[in-house]
Ligand binder design. Structure first.
Ligand SMILES: [Zn+2]
Length: 252
């Protein structure tokens, strides 16, 4: 593919079946019309559970060395060299971010040290951002902690961000209890000090929201409502971090 053009995973996912190592698994009762091309992700999701791989290929993919060789051949054969370099770097970031996210969810005490192990620079920043985001968005199941909104596209694009309660730049704290999944509006309101979270995990709305020429709409209805929290109590936002936010960021 040329640089800058956008692909759609539905095409290769569907067409790979003709290569013989990949079998599509239809959903029970799905009405598959032979020869009819699937060209959208929502259609693909409606009809298929997934795909299964050849056992021999699967065994190779389970070994890191053969997996890396397959990856290098695919990237070298099908992508322009400048994209190949970006893909290889993104592959490393994905791998390390997954490990970082797993570490965050183990909620290890020596977390600060682990963040240092990721290293500095652009690569380390991307691994941390992506790993923290993966952990937080999963814990909150794509729901905004403050307003409860959850919206996803068929591609898995989500309306929520992973926000630090006490910003990383100051706290260096990527522990899940320093995070909240927030939709774009609530993230902005939280960072601007217009919204916060109280001692009983209730939504606090700054009195300044009502002032000026504001028209805050549904935001006012959130006041005093309980926030949406992860299932396990050990991942709930830390009251220490929330107290910092109420004291330093929330506008009274
Ligand atoms: Zn929200």
């Amino acid at each position: 593919m040329p640089l800058g053009s956008k692909g759609l995973i539905a095409y290769p996912f569907y067409h790979l079946e003709s290569d013989g190592f990949w079998q599509l698994l239809a959903k029970p009762g799905a009405e598959i019309v032979p020869g009819k091309v699937i060209s959208s992700l929502s259609r693909l999701r409606d009809l298929y559970l997934g795909a299964s791989l050849d056992e021999e290929l699967w065994a190779l993919l389970l070994q890191r060395e053969s997996r890396e060789r397959l990856r290098a051949v695919l990237i070298g054969s099908y992508f322009a060299p400048e994209i190949g370099v970006m893909l290889a770097e993104q592959g490393r970031v994905n791998y390390e971010a997954k490990r970082y996210s797993d570490k965050l969810l183990e909620a290890a005490e020596e977390l600060g040290d682990y963040a240092k192990k990721v290293g500095g620079g652009e690569h380390g920043r991307r691994v941390r951002d992506q790993g923290f985001r993966k952990a937080i968005v999963g814990l909150y199941q794509h729901r905004c902690a403050l307003c409860g909104l959850r919206m996803l596209t068929p591609e898995g694009h989500t309306a929520v961000d992973a926000a630090h309660i006490h910003p990383w730049s100051e706290s260096g704290n990527d522990h899940p209890t320093n995070g909240l999944a927030l939709c774009r509006l609530c993230h902005w309101g939280f960072d601007e000090g217009l919204m916060s979270v109280g001692r009983k995990y209730e939504v606090l709305i700054s009195s300044q929201v009502r002032g000026g020429n504001n028209f805050p709409g549904h935001v006012l209805t959130l006041s005093e409502r309980g926030i949406f929290r992860p299932e396990e109590g050990r991942f709930w936002p830390s009251q220490e971090c929330l107290a910092w936010h109420r004291g330093k960021v929330l506008r009274r």
